[in-house]
Design a protein around this ligand. Structure first.
Ligand code: ADP
Length: 240
């Protein structure tokens, strides 16, 4: 994680979750539409619980940047806002969860996103007698659109901005290091629409799957408040 986010995360995460919860919660699934703030909350949870953040989107983007493990076909799907093949992400997640740093738990962000992936994860967890805790970040549709279309980040320090909701002091430049802010390739309007369609059609049913298979699902209102407040809400719900 980049430095500025780590400092903020550490500050916001301090003391939100008790030692008891830390001991018992092993597999956290952060669930929500694109732009619901999963990445930000995952970073706060990671810092607080001392377990790794496993983001399939970030792993795929890293693969593209480093030129390994991601085929041109998969990269093209991401650019178009379409989900990549289940087998690709299932294998990637399984390999990641098998690494030593995930032995004490992990926060999944962006996975599972289809029923096939949900079943794959359920089998993996069952074999290890782990039950998942699902945190659903519920956000109003119009807010999602505003967040995604205005989203920018500093390529050097990772600080997130929004040109409307959280603008930098100087247009398009990072407050911390003056670097020119960038927009993610798939935060263009046509691609945003495709990502939201994929969420409605393929991913939302996964929430129902978790509810009906008896796992614990926490509902959190993540529409209006700043990330730190949403995180406190998650912490309180986990304590219950
Ligand atoms: P967001 O949730 O904001 O759409 P992510 O960073 O989670 O962004 O994902 C970016 C892209 O990576 C998705 O649009 C999709 O193409 C691909 N992707 C990420 N996770 C998965 C997954 N679990 N299954 C299929 N495709 C995925």
């Amino acid at each position: 994680m980049k430095v500025s986010l780590r400092v903020r995360a550490g500050f916001a995460a301090a003391g939100v979750v008790s030692e008891l919860v830390k001991r018992f919660v092993k597999a956290i699934v952060l669930f929500g539409s694109p732009g619901s703030g999963k990445g930000t909350q995952a970073k706060l949870l990671t810092e607080c619980l001392g377990i790794p953040h496993v983001s399939t989107g970030e792993m795929l983007r890293d693969g593209i940047r480093q030129g390994r493990g991601v085929t041109p076909k998969t990269a093209a799907k991401m650019q178009a806002g379409i989900l990549v093949k289940d087998a690709v992400v299932d294998a990637m997640v399984e390999e990641r969860l098998g690494r030593p740093d995930a032995a004490n738990g992990f926060v999944l962000d962006g996975y599972p996103r289809t029923l096939v992936q949900a079943e794959h994860l359920a089998e993996w967890l069952k074999q290890r007698e782990i039950s998942e805790l699902v945190i659903h970040l519920a956000v109003d549709y119009n807010i999602i659109i505003a967040r995604l279309t205005g989203r920018r980040e500093c390529p050097r320090c990772g600080t997130p901005y929004n040109v409307v909701l959280r603008p930098p002091k100087v247009d398009e430049l990072c407050d911390l290091d003056g670097e020119k802010l960038v927009r993610r390739d798939d935060d263009r309007e046509d691609v945003i629409r495709a990502r939201l369609d994929a969420y409605e059609l393929q991913t939302r049913p996964v929430l129902e799957y978790f509810r009906t298979t008896g796992g614990r699902v926490i509902e959190v209102d993540a529409s209006e408040d700043p990330p730190e407040v949403v995180f406190q809400r998650i912490g309180r719900a986990m304590e219950n």
